[in-house]
Write a protein that binds this ligand. Structure first.
Ligand SMILES: Nc1nc2c(ncn2[C@@H]2O[C@H](COP(=O)(O)OP(=O)(O)OP(=O)(O)O)[C@@H](O)[C@H]2O)c(=O)[nH]1
Ligand SMILES: [Zn+2]
Length: 180
């Protein structure tokens, strides 16, 4: 990856030998690897057994989890927030694990629609919940810094599973909570 970054820097017409750029291929490779660290993680290890018995059968919502991902088309960031809700069915998930699951999938090359679904499926898999809802609101640098150059548009994607899909009241309660 360092060599690839050196090629890119040369290709834009820069002098790789100048002091400011000497360590840049190494730094950039380290940074990019970090931004893609989700490929080195897996769901079971990340959850680490943090699923706890509970007789609470009402909605659990974790809102405004910040999100940094990379668009798979341009390798530019998309940045925003994710909301995750589920209806427990005998067990609840460790709070931090909700954000860790979102991060694991965000730190890969993504499109927002697939990222939303992957998070929802993972929450469903680890909790066996009666319903899961995931919403992502994000701004895409590939649409802001280049291309069509629109600064204010926000992409909003949702996935509703189980009760959130079947029961309008549950869905409406979720929507009211994330918009409040
Ligand atoms: N649906 C979806 N599209 C995305 C996402 N991130 C980037 N894109 C879009 O992917 C498309 C790629 O289109 P292309 O025409 O192949 O690439 P391009 O010439 O760089 O397109 P422009 O961005 O329109 O300049 C663009 O419309 C992007 O806005 C995403 O998360 N979801
Ligand atoms: Zn893009």
């Amino acid at each position: 990856m360092e060599n690839a970054y050196a090629d890119i820097i040369r290709a834009v017409g820069e002098d790789l030998g100048r002091p400011g750029l000497l360590d840049t291929p190494k730094r950039a490779a380290k940074a990019f690897k970090y931004l893609c660290k989700g490929y080195e993680e897996d769901l079971d290890t990340l959850v680490n057994g943090a699923v706890f018995p509970s007789d609470n059968d009402q909605m659990v919502l974790v809102k405004d989890i910040e999100l940094y991902s990379l668009c798979e088309h341009h390798l530019l960031p998309f940045i925003g927030k994710v909301h995750v809700a589920y209806i427990p069915s005998g067990q609840v998930l460790g709070l931090s694990k909700v954000a860790r699951i979102a991060d694991m999938y965000a730190r890969r090359l993504q499109i927002q629609e697939n990222l939303t679904k992957q998070i929802a499926d993972a929450i469903q898999q680890v909790t066996n919940a009666r319903g899961v809802a995931v919403t992502i609101e994000a701004k895409h640098m590939c649409m802001m810094m280049r291309g069509v150059e629109k600064q204010n548009s926000v992409m909003k994607t949702s996935i509703m599973l189980g009760m959130f899909r079947e029961n309008p009241q549950t869905r409406n309660e979720y929507l009211a909570l994330i918009n409040s």
